[in-house]
Design a protein around this ligand. Structure first.
Ligand SMILES: *Cc1c(COP(=O)(O)O)cnc(C)c1O
Length: 360
């Protein structure tokens, strides 16, 4: 056997691997809740299981490469041309395609930090240099500093709205001012994975903003509000050249027919979706107010999670949650992100946080 190993791209050295949220350990007599991955706690929407079961009967066949039925539904729903819709294997998959289409060695990609942990990973895989712009004191994107960070090497900017893991948002006027400052040849990606949970009317809808701006692409997913995280399906809405580039960079047949049909069925189950989202938003308010009343500083959140900046207490808090039967997502030395789950899970979380605070 040759002692040599295959040459791998130097860009891969030191790239962190994605840390999935831990599932809770099953312990006797202790209910187990997973509040670590921002998933939807509910079962599939009405009609979705039936649609996937029907699709499963023919998975000896390749799926529809163009995702035609879903693309048509999405185009109608958002009032955009079908050519502006591009689907992919989760919105992370679509984000990676956007990087492939725009950025490589010598280029720069700007995003806020801390933000979605996939951004540094997929940026570095592309070979481009990540430019991380610290959040402001209120845990929000510092859009002025992000615009200042743009150079002639910048190819792509992520704006995560609401921001994962802090839940904070950027509002219409500041985002428009930012977009006015960014050169038209730099792609701005509005990552709206949690759009359905937004109740603040001053938070703009990216699918409105993109219309007059050819350099804006909007990312959406079926993983969160729609509850299809396990099926891997997301999409972008962008002008023709960008959407076309997404079709070129797509893994052929990457989106399964199960995922496509489940997404269509989910879109058609809107009343049930809205009811669930309303329930989770009410729980979000309850968790936010409960934690605040306990004395925690919680940034205002428009997503299905809350952020506690625990600093050095982060790991201890996560361990306390785990002992109580629930997992949260710790970012060592920084804080924890806690998904808003079903009522019993949120009750348990609130009790655990209260007890932990008394020990501080
Ligand atoms: C969860 C999440 C996504 C969605 O990922 P999928 O690949 O669609 O499951 C995208 N962006 C952010 C910020 C997220 O938190």
């Amino acid at each position: 056997m040759s002692p040599e190993t295959p040459k791998l791209r130097a860009e891969l050295d030191g790239i962190p691997t994605y840390k999935p949220g831990r599932p809770p350990a099953a312990a006797e007599g202790v209910p187990a809740f997973k509040l670590s991955s921002n998933e939807n706690p509910y079962p599939p929407l009405p009609g979705v299981l039936e649609a996937t079961a029907a699709a499963a009967a023919s998975f000896n066949r390749y799926p529809d490469l163009a995702c035609s039925a879903l693309t048509g539904e999405l185009a109608a729903r958002f009032g955009v041309p079908a050519e502006h819709v591009a689907t992919g294997t989760g919105s992370v998959g679509v984000a990676q395609q956007l990087l492939q289409a725009t950025s490589g060695p010598g280029d720069e990609v700007v995003y806020a930090w801390r933000s979605f942990e996939a951004y540094p990973i997929i940026t570095r895989i592309s070979g481009a240099r990540p430019v991380q712009v610290p959040l402001d004191a209120a845990e929000r994107h510092d859009l002025d500093a992000m615009a200042d960070a743009v150079t002639d090497r910048t190819r792509l900017i992520f704006v995560c709205n609401p921001n994962n893991p802090t839940g904070t948002v950027v509002r219409r006027a500041e985002l428009e001012r930012f977009l006015d400052r960014v050169p038209g040849d730099v792609l701005v990606v509005l990552d709206e994975a949690y759009r359905e949970f937004i109740t603040d009317p001053d938070v703009p809808d990216g699918t409105d903003l993109y219309r007059e701006r050819p350099n804006v692409a909007v990312l959406r997913t079926f993983s969160k509000a729609y509850g299809l995280a396990g099926l891997r399906i997301g999409f972008a809405i962008a002008h023709q050249p960008v959407a076309e580039a997404l079709r070129k960079t797509a893994v052929p047949f990457g989106v399964s027919q199960l995922a496509q049909d489940a997404a269509v069925a989910s879109l058609r189950a809107e009343p049930a979706l809205l009811e669930r989202v309303a329930g989770l938003v009410a729980e979000r308010t309850r968790v936010f107010e409960g934690l605040t009343a306990q004395g925690w500083t919680v940034p205002e959140t428009q997503a299905n999670f809350v952020w506690l900046r625990l600093g050095e207490h982060t790991d201890a808090f996560a361990a306390a949650c785990e002992r109580a039967g629930t997992t949260v997502r710790p970012f060592a030395g920084e804080g924890v992100r806690i998904t808003v789950g079903e009522t019993a899970a949120n009750d348990l979380l609130l009790r655990t946080a209260e007890a932990f605070r008394k020990e501080l």
